[in-house]
Design a protein around this ligand. Structure first.
Ligand code: PEP
Ligand code: MN
Length: 355
């Protein structure tokens, strides 16, 4: 299914990469919101984020200031001219935000993972023209992410975007949420005109990772960044370890190298020609391998042998992995390639045996 999208054009906000959204994890007090917003606006940030309702893993944590915080965001708009954005997780949140004139909404990762909640939000948004960003679900499920976008799109909203905030895992050694970059990359391939922002704060979980993650996202062609920034990060009521001051954020953003997607130099086209040639060779050799596999299939059929010969399969995987690392490739990667090839060979031999 194709999404019916329109660009998220915002007056006064540059259309150049990266689009920046910044602000605290949570709105805590009017002072904290205003002080953070003013510093961000002074540094040129045009879109302010702050969570009003916070989905927490366990009860007892700060669950957001609630509707009381919405007038503070109105005040941010009035005082700084920034657009304001917040997270909605229920239909009631949507109504409250629309009433308060919130400019941009986002759907949190836990909500995207729940189709009932997504449908309820989509129904509440019917007939409204407000930009909505949908974060990836907590689990690495691209279809669920796209499904959530489809629900909002089916409600008639066309100014949509996605936010990559990483995927939950038991192992939190380096990242709070694993980036699994191939998932947003596949989203870009499937829906090329959907803007994708990266949320380095929730991927990294610690402030030292913000800068490298922002750079990685830019190098992968993401359209923008949504970063948590707080006037006094260490005292934040939620996600303290991953927030940075507006000045640190400004420093990080100024150091970003933004590479162009469209620089097609002479050299690059020669290298691309070589890649095409390699791919053609790969294709021919792969086709040849499949032909041989089918011959083996015929032999196995005639001699009443099983298709899967586990000993041989393990031998291939181990040998190819070792050969691969001798050639400077990652053994695990080479094994994965051969697993995929083997799967297709088995499928082809099954066809022959069942003919
Ligand atoms: C947030 O943006 O503060 C938030 C709760 O994020 P996520 O839904 O990605 O966990
Ligand atoms: Mn947060």
């Amino acid at each position: 299914m194709e999404l019916d999208l329109q660009p998220i054009k915002l007056e006064g906000v540059s259309e150049e990469r990266p689009l920046i959204i910044a602000g605290p994890c949570s709105a805590e007090t009017e002072e904290q919101v205003m002080s953070t917003a003013k510093q961000l606006a002074d540094n040129g940030v045009k879109i302010f984020r702050a969570g009003i309702w916070k989905p927490r893993t366990k009860p007892g944590g700060f669950e957001g200031i609630g509707v009381e915080g919405l007038p503070w965001l109105k005040e941010v708009k009035k005082e700084t001219g920034m657009y304001v954005a917040t997270e909605v997780a229920t239909a009631k949140h949507v109504y409250e935000c629309l009433k308060a004139g919130i400019d941009i909404l986002w759907i949190g990762a836990r909500t995207t993972a729940n189709p009932f909640a997504m449908q309820e939000i989509a129904d509440a948004l019917k007939g409204v023209d407000v930009p909505v960003f949908v974060k990836n679900p907590v689990n690495p499920d691209l279809e669920l992410w796209i499904g959530a976008l489809e629900r909002i799109n089916n409600a008639g909203l066309k100014r949509l975007g996605a936010i990559h905030r990483g995927f939950s895992s038991y192992d939190k050694k380096l990242y709070r949420n694993l980036p699994q970059w191939h998932i947003p990359i596949e989203l870009r391939r499937r829906i090329p005109n959907l803007p994708i922002l990266c949320d380095p704060s929730h991927i990294g979980g610690k402030r030292e990772l913000i800068a490298p993650l922002c750079q990685q996202a830019m190098d992968l062609g993401f359209d923008g960044l949504i970063v948590e920034s707080h006037c006094n990060p260490d005292c934040a009521w939620s996600d303290a370890s991953q927030q940075v001051t507006p000045d640190v954020l400004n420093y990080i953003l100024n150091l970003l190298v933004i590479r162009s997607e469209h620089q097609s130099t002479e050299n690059l086209s020669e290298l691309r020609r070589q890649i095409d040639e390699c791919d053609n060779d790969l294709m021919e050799i792969l086709a040849k391998r499949m032909r041989v596999c089918r011959e083996i299939g015929t032999f196995k059929k005639e001699h009443n042998m099983t298709i899967l010969q586990t000993g041989r399969y393990n031998e291939i995987l181990d040998k190819r992995g070792a050969q691969g690392s001798l050639c400077g490739m990652d053994a695990e990667f080479v094994k994965q390639v051969f697993e995929a090839i083997h799967e297709e060979s088995v499928r082809q031999q099954m066809e022959i045996i069942n003919k």
